[in-house]
Design a protein. Structure first.
Length: 105
């Protein structure tokens, strides 16, 4: 969330309609993520999208620990790595574009 916040906050200065686009994308992303229902209940067309959804792996890791009493799958390590990379990229992008963003604010 922090890395995504860095990116969205600085890009929101340069792309004025970003807020409206994200207001449509994030609720759709939450409905695609199987939080209140098992992933097997999803339509077959959308089940292949779960491989690209980082929240899916995070929700499944919580289910493994809380509901099944098991250790999370190794795939949670990829989510952590992706989060660290997104955080570093977002911070770099924020620092790089901040001087130009000051002129637009």
């Amino acid at each position: 969330a922090l890395g995504l916040g860095w990116c969205v906050s600085i890009l929101g200065v340069f792309v004025p309609d970003l807020r409206q686009v994200l207001a449509a994308l994030f609720p759709a992303w939450m409905f695609i993520t199987p939080i209140l229902y098992p992933a097997s209940m999803m339509p077959k067309d959308f089940q292949s999208l779960q491989n690209w959804n980082p929240l899916y792996y995070l929700v499944e890791a919580y289910r493994d620990v809380i509901m099944r009493g098991e250790l999370p799958d190794v795939s949670i390590a990829w989510v952590l790595l992706g989060a660290l990379l997104l955080n570093a990229m977002g911070f770099w992008l924020f620092r790089k574009l901040l001087p130009r963003a000051k002129d637009l604010l």
